[in-house]
Design a protein around this ligand. Structure first.
Ligand SMILES: C[S@@+](CC[C@H](N)C(=O)[O-])C[C@H]1O[C@@H](n2cnc3c(N)ncnc32)[C@H](O)[C@@H]1O
Length: 426
């Protein structure tokens, strides 16, 4: 097969899997690309086309409705057309190159039940009108029904801003071991705290200064903030119940806490080991189910960074809206609550539980905490607080830390996140 065509085949294989499987972009990408000889420029191309096809999926469906009466959204043809339109209209690639390769792929009857002449005609038509088509807008009401149901309390402004901002490329947020390390970092950046900054993506992460020396790691601003705001970690005995790939554990190590980290996912544990090694930390990570930890063990602080819908990371994981199925809220919320119930027996009296999810939906955040406090009268809510005005804006009147992807969007892009601080009182 021609070299350029291989990456286009892979692109639509990935798009097809993401539509149907409950797997995230990074995992599917590793699964499909592994064992294939692909150059780094082709990998970049595949990534760019897949992410753009998913981010503009609704706009592309709207375009398709203008030109095609009916299309099976699970057919190989659909994925080929989806990625071709993304390239022509939203990535502004050379029309003829995209059209030629799409027609070549359409000639392979093993994969596609579509006439090459149809693909040719359709894409030429679209290419002719691409300027106009690139202005097509989608509204909040076109987002998946499960999401609309979960955000009934949003006003019109929140809805419009959300739809606009989720198309943006996410920013990269680096957290440094110390503020001295940050001061030595000379690339253009926006400082977010004394030891973190945002850079606009310019190069491969591995090529950024001091990557190999291990003085910084990547962690979103929102995800870093709850532990950043937590005082008195020094020498405290801390349990991180859902630790991999390691962001929160690393923060705790840097703050001289005595951390015990658990994660039951073997692959994620290997990634975390690699992250710790690069940063020159020798800490162990225990590859076991933390819900089975013996409750005779007691900790000053228990961290729950629970599995969730990940909707707060929608910019980085556009498959959340693109895939056919919705998150399984019944399962997710039940496991989140199990972590809270387990943590209450693992924390010492006067100790703290930090509950976090990378989601801004009440069902995974506020509701879980309110239910927990109702059922456990010996726990009380402690408010997060920051002296920094902008950060304090992210703490609501109840004291929860809560961000939306729309916060700070005129300066830089952050994920949606939720965190609550609970104290055991007896
Ligand atoms: C949101 S991620 C954690 C991110 C991590 N705290 C960080 O900052 O990089 C949730 C993690 O929980 C882990 N997990 C889910 N159920 C678990 C269980 N019963 N015991 C231990 N880890 C679990 C998953 O494997 C996943 O890595």
């Amino acid at each position: 097969m021609q070299k350029g065509l291989i990456s286009r085949y892979i692109t639509f294989q990935i798009l097809k899997s993401l539509k149907n499987e409950k797997i995230n972009y990074d995992s599917i990408y590793l699964k499909i690309i592994k064992n294939k000889k692909i150059s780094s420029s082709d990998i970049k191309l595949i990534q760019n086309v897949v992410l753009t096809s998913m981010r503009y999926n609704l706009e592309i469906d709207k375009i398709l409705k203008i030109y095609v009466k009916k299309i099976n959204k699970n057919s190989n043809s659909y994925f080929l057309i989806l990625s071709s339109i993304a390239q022509i209209v939203f990535l502004n690639f050379k029309d003829y190159a995209v059209i030629n390769s799409s027609v070549e792929i359409a000639k392979n009857k093993k994969f596609l039940k579509i006439y090459p002449a149809f693909i040719n005609g359709l894409l030429r038509n679209i290419a002719r009108n691409k300027k106009k088509l690139s202005k097509i807008k989608v509204s909040f009401s076109m987002l998946p029904q499960w999401f609309i149901d979960q955000t009934k309390n949003w006003n019109e402004k929140q809805k419009t801003n959300f739809v606009k901002t989720i198309k943006n490329e996410p920013d990269i947020h680096l957290v440094f071991k110390t503020s001295k390390d940050l001061d030595k970092f000379k690339l253009p950046s926006i400082r977010t705290t004394k030891n973190s900054l945002i850079i606009k993506k310019t190069t491969k992460i591995e090529n950024l200064p001091k990557y190999r020396e291990g003085v910084w790691w990547i962690q979103d601003f929102s995800s870093m903030m709850p532990l950043f705001l937590l005082d008195e970690k020094n020498s405290k005995k801390v349990l991180d119940m859902c630790a991999a790939p390691g962001g929160k554990t690393i923060q705790l190590i840097c703050d001289n806490a005595e951390v015990i980290s658990y994660d039951k996912n073997k692959n994620k544990v290997s990634i975390m080991k690699e992250n710790l090694r690069r940063l020159n930390f020798q800490n162990e990570i225990i590859n076991k189910d933390s819900l089975k930890i013996n409750s005779r063990n007691k900790f000053d602080i228990v961290i729950i960074d629970a599995p969730c819908s990940s909707i707060g990371t929608i910019r980085r994981n556009p498959e959340i809206f693109y895939r056919h199925s919705s998150p399984n809220f019944q399962y997710i919320t039940s496991i989140q609550y199990k972590f809270l119930n387990k943590a209450k027996n693992l924390v010492k009296n006067n100790g703290i539980i930090i509950y976090m999810v990378c989601s801004f939906l009440n069902i995974e955040g506020e509701n879980q905490i309110e239910r927990f406090l109702y059922n456990n009268k010996n726990f009380s809510l402690k408010k997060f607080f920051s002296k920094n005005h902008d950060i304090n804006e992210l703490i609501n009147e109840k004291g929860f830390f809560k961000t939306h992807p729309t916060n700070f969007r005129n300066k830089f892009f952050i994920d949606g996140f939720f965190a609550a601080k609970l104290q055991k009182n007896d």
